[in-house]
Every structure is written in C-alpha cells, then in structure tokens.
Design a protein around this ligand. Structure first.
Ligand SMILES: Nc1ncnc2c1ncn2[C@@H]1O[C@H](COP(=O)(O)OP(=O)(O)OP(=O)(O)O)[C@@H](O)[C@H]1O
Ligand SMILES: CC(C)(CO)[C@@H](O)C(=O)[O-]
Ligand code: BAL
Length: 310
C-alpha cells in the first residue's frame, strides 16, 4: 500500500479545514502533533498517545523559518520527508488506529503575507511573547519563542484539535504554548509527553543526526549532569540555593571538553522566571543547551535537555 492510499496528505489550509469540518460534523475528537519532520521515536511516542486519546490523529511536518535566526541551521535542518511519510504510514499499522492525515504545507501557505523578521518592517501577523526573547532559549535564539508561538497559533487556527501534543524535551516551548493557549482563550488541551531517550540517556532529537557515533555516546554526559543536580537537590530534602545545583551540573559538563555550555538555568516551572532558590512543593525547571562538535565539520550541534524538580 502506498502512503497516499493509507493516509490522507493535506497540503493547503483549505484542505485541512474541510477535513476538520467533516470530523466536527461526525462528532470525532482530533489529536494533533506538530513537527518539523526528521521523525524519530520521540515523535512517535506523541503520535501513539494521540492514537490512544482521540478518534483521529493528524501530524504536521513543517520546518518553520520564523523560529530560526539567520545564524541558525534552517538550511541544513534535516529534511527527510520520504522516510517521515513511511514511518507514519507503517509504524502504527499494527495498532488499532493509525494516523489519519498529514499536513505538509508550503511556506506561502502558512505565511500568506510573507515573513519579515524585523519587527519594524513586519507586514504579516505575528504573535508576541512577553519578555521571552531576553531569557533562556531566547538569548541565543532571539526569534525562537515568537516564531514558535506564531506558527503554533496558526496551526491551531487551522486544525482546531481537541488535543495537541508536545514533548517535554522542549520544556520552555511547552510552557510558552500552555500560556499562549490560556491567554488567547484557544479551545484545545495541551498534552506534554515525557522525553524519550537513547539507552545512554541522550534525549532523542532530530539534531542528533549531526553527531558522530562517538560524540553521541559521549553525549550521555548531558543527562548525567542533570541527574547529578537532581540527586543533590533531593539529598537535601529542603530549600536549596539554585547556584549550588548549577555549580554541580556545570562541574559534570565541564569534565568533557568536547561539550561547551551555552547556558544552564533554573527557572520557575510555570512562569519561567529565574529563581534563586528551589523549594520543595514549588520545584523548578532546570534546562540547558550545550554545543557538541558536528561530524565532518568545524561547526557545532546545539543540544537541549531539561529536568523537572518537585
Ligand atoms: N525525545 C523526545 N521525546 C518526546 N518528544 C520529543 C522528543 N524530541 C522531540 N519531541 C517533540 O516532538 C515535537 C516536534 O519536535 P521537532 O520536530 O522539533 O523534533 P526535535 O527532535 O525536537 O528536533 P530538534 O532537533 O529541532 O530539537 C515537539 O513537541 C518536541 O518536543
Ligand atoms: C512546535 C514546532 C513544530 C513549531 O514549529 C517546533 O518548534 C517543534 O517541532 O518543536
Ligand atoms: N524542537 C524545537 C524546534 C527548534 O529547535 O527550532
């Protein structure tokens, strides 16, 4: 069976709207997984959850230019559409339900007025996320939060899913989207699923394709560093200064000179505000970005990960 025979491929906003309207008229719930493609088991875990929760499931594949700054990897971002389609068509064949539709829009479909990232020259509608470009991912990726908030709002307007699924690996993105859905009164449930990891603890990510097998193996240091911060916090069983946990995590990361720390940050788990202390009951999000050497290149792959403390 070809992909076109087993799954509906939707390419325009109009096609998605028609598809969705039919489900609405038939009283069907719809789960939605937005992705940038280069699918791996992390993405598939979101799809599996949606298949369990909803009558029908739609996945989008769109590498969103507006969340990349000019110095980032938009051009080299892995695009593996054929293998993505065969994963979505074949991987879930044995389960009771399968993916029903895949939305693969062109840039012009999602940005009918074009994309101009300089705010003063902005023509199209963009979503603003208060304060976010000055913190965390927003420091080194100034377009990131705004670009993600914009594309996810557009996708939500088109798909109008009952449930939308994201991965905990992109924890800051999840918090921004939860706030966006709440503040813009969007009628959907945001479901955040756990981070899927390789056997050595490395968080699965499309960008892991940039790494050599050796560096992939050594990347276990990232999760080990986070876990060592977590152990230190729980060993105290009390309020702890964030700086103490940060020092612990950075000390582990610095053991391997192949990995350069971009940031390690401790933030409030819901507001993302930086916090000086971690208090039991309130908890914290510890997130980080490190640069690891790319295979066969002088460049670096940027890897992110996080852990939640309670
Ligand atoms: N290891 C993972 N476990 C669970 N969900 C994941 C994992 N990796 C990605 N996701 C989720 O899949 C969705 C689509 O992510 P995306 O297509 O950007 O893949 P990615 O692997 O995160 O790629 P990137 O290398 O760009 O970070 C997001 O909600 C993301 O959080
Ligand atoms: C949510 C998303 C699909 C928006 O482009 C992207 O940021 C991602 O894949 O995590
Ligand atoms: N998964 C997050 C998408 C990005 O890094 O742009």
């Amino acid at each position: 069976m070809t992909i076109a025979e087993s799954v509906k491929i939707l390419r325009t906003v109009q096609q998605v709207r028609q598809w969705r309207l039919q489900r609405l008229l038939n009283g069907k719930t719809v789960g939605f997984i937005p992705t940038m493609g280069a699918l791996h088991d992390g993405h598939c875990s979101l799809v599996s959850q949606s298949l369990k929760d909803n009558d029908e499931t739609v996945v989008s594949i769109f590498v969103n230019p507006s969340q990349f700054a000019p110095h980032e990897d938009l051009d080299s971002y892995p695009r593996t559409i054929d293998s993505d389609l065969s994963i979505l068509a074949s991987k879930f064949r044995s389960s009771v339900k399968q993916v029903d539709a895949i939305f693969i829009p062109k840039i012009s479909e999602m940005y009918p007025s074009g994309i101009n990232l300089e705010i003063s020259k902005q023509r199209g509608a963009f979503v603003f996320v208060k304060g976010s470009s000055e913190q965390l991912e927003g420091v080194t990726r100034p377009q990131f939060f705004r670009g993600v908030a914009t594309i996810v709002t557009k996708l939500l307007n088109v798909v109008q899913p009952t449930n939308i699924y994201f991965g905990q690996k992109d924890a800051q993105q999840c918090i921004v989207i939860k706030n966006l859905v709440k503040d813009l009164l969007i009628d959907t449930n945001v479901r955040v699923m756990p981070t899927l990891r390789e056997s050595n603890g490395l968080a699965m990510s499309s960008r892991n394709q940039y790494l050599s097998p050796q560096i992939k193996q050594e990347s276990s240091i990232i999760y080990n560093a986070l876990k060592s911060g977590e152990s230190l916090y729980y060993s105290k069983n009390a309020k702890v200064e964030s700086s103490e946990i940060l020092t612990q995590i950075k000390t582990v990361l610095n053991l391997n000179p192949n990995f350069k720390i971009e940031y390690v940050s401790i933030n409030h788990p819901e507001t993302l505000d930086e916090i000086d202390y971690i208090e039991p009951g309130v908890g914290a999000l510890i997130s980080l970005a490190v640069l690891a050497p790319k295979e066969n290149s002088d460049g670096h792959a940027r890897l992110i990960d996080n852990i939640i403390l309670h």
